[in-house]
Write a protein that binds this ligand. Structure first.
Ligand code: ADP
Ligand code: ASP
Ligand code: MG
Length: 410
């Protein structure tokens, strides 16, 4: 008998019929002789509605109440799925994050899982119960409801799989695996059979929303093999696992895009030691993650600093940066919310040169201006105007020969 953890995302849980479909899949896994723990997301669109309500109520909602609100969607799904399973004759029981408990730190809306108690789950499994756990939410040590950031149910699932030392962790979604790029933008994208944790980490952090980045960090840390597959068919999906020999032969494994960042520039900043720290420390204190940073060469004792922040933190960040600009005597602050970051990712880049220049050339041939660039061993990212995102993804996918049927670029 194996212990199987399955996670079903919003689209898979999007209607009563779809929840019934999920119930049938879960029941089949149970009938095959497995213990089953299911993690579910809110029904499609529900979390967005809750976020919109919070923003309608006030400009800067209290972080604690924001989490209480946005965690509500998952409560509906766990109850409905448990009812569905019970009406099919199975023993099923739903759990909210705090009932397990899934303990997190107190960073509301981006909480990190610290510990998961497995006592209740194990007891229920022993008497043949299917466990249905609310994804995305946990509880801090003071008993406050916390949430783990958008897409956080993936992380709940991998963390539960790690805590229970599950034999299998399956993430069921609306595509049948991880593709070379978002198949909604490039229908010719090909499915990746297996991908290393590091590549998946880059793909996720650069915008491939098929897995939340923290779920991949968890999987890597605890060696959980994650199987990404579709809840609408039985196709084999993608295995996210430790790097193996044949993965290295692929030069570029995927193209990603991210429209969830905004750009802020502080102009004419006095160029002296300590300025970067004065600029970025208040952002760190406010729990805002800064992504790409560019500092221009000094000109007459002044420099310009440009960086990107998550769009969800944009208003908060801009206010902080404007305050800082006043304090340090900068020339002014300008910002741009309509940017996108497109990236190419692949472990094979480590041992090849010329990949970045091919990317720049491909974008320039389409007249797309590059505003910022950042590179690592296994990725190159460019910030461009948001309106060119789809075009950039398509031409890069083609330039690197990633379409189904293309021979992989060596
Ligand atoms: P769920 O609600 O099941 O968590 P998500 O919407 O979070 O599903 O993630 C699945 C979506 O991720 C797909 O519908 C697809 O559009 C998008 N996606 C982006 N990049 C990729 C990629 N490289 N491979 C597969 N899907 C991708
Ligand atoms: N319901 C949450 C969201 O929409 C969490 C998840 O779906 O993973 O972000
Ligand atoms: Mg998701």
């Amino acid at each position: 008998m194996a212990l199987v953890v399955q996670k079903y995302g919003g689209t898979s849980m999007g209607s009563i019929e779809r929840i019934q479909n999920v119930a049938r899949r879960v029941a089949k896994t149970y009938d095959d002789g497995n213990d089953v723990v299911v993690i579910v997301s809110a029904m499609a669109g529900e979390t967005n509605k809750l976020v919109a309500l919070a923003n309608e109520m006030c400009e800067f909602p209290s972080e604690r109440e924001y989490d209480v609100l946005v965690a509500a969607g998952e409560q509906v799904s766990i109850a409905l799925l448990s009812m569905g399973l019970q009406s099919m004759g199975y023993k099923a029981k739903s759990y909210l994050g705090h009932q397990i408990p899934i303990y997190t730190d107190n960073a509301f809306s981006k909480a990190r899982i610290e510990e998961i108690e497995d006592k209740k789950i194990r007891e229920d499994l022993k008497n043949g119960t299917i466990i249905v756990v609310a994804g995305f939410q946990g509880v801090d040590r003071e008993g406050n409801v916390t949430t783990m950031g958008r897409g956080g149910s993936d992380t709940s699932a991998v963390a539960v799989a790690a805590a229970l030392k599950a034999d299998v962790c399956e993430i069921y979604t609306d595509v049948d695996g991880v593709y070379t790029t978002d198949p909604r933008i490039v229908p010719e994208a090909s499915k990746i059979e297996k991908i290393s944790y590091d590549e998946m980490l880059e793909m996720a952090s650069l915008g491939a929303k098929v897995l939340q980045i923290r779920s991949v960090e968890f999987a890597k840390k605890y060696g959980v093999v994650v199987h990404v597959r579709s809840s609408f068919n039985d196709n084999p999906g993608t295995l996210v696992m430790k790097e193996d020999a044949d993965m290295e032969t692929v030069l570029v494994s995927g193209i990603t895009y991210n429209k969830d960042e905004a750009k802020i520039s502080m102009m004419r900043v006095p160029d002296k030691p300590g300025i970067a720290s004065q600029l970025f420390s208040p952002l760190t204190e406010a729990n805002i993650t800064v992504d790409m940073i560019i500092q221009n060469v000094s000109n007459e004792g002044y420099t310009d600093m440009t960086f990107t922040v998550p769009r969800t933190d944009f208003k908060k960040a801009l206010k902080i940066v404007q305050d800082t600009a006043g304090k340090i005597g900068a020339g002014g602050v300008i910002s741009d919310e309509s940017i996108a970051k497109v990236s190419i990712v692949g472990v094979g880049m480590r041992s090849h040169s010329g990949i970045a220049s091919k990317m720049f050339q491909t974008l320039s041939q389409e007249g797309i201006n590059i505003q910022m660039i950042s590179t690592s061993e296994i990725k190159v990212s460019c910030v461009i105007s948001a309106k060119y995102t789809e075009l950039a993804v398509r031409v890069l996918h083609e330039a690197f020969g990633l379409s189904a049927g293309d021979a992989k670029a060596e």
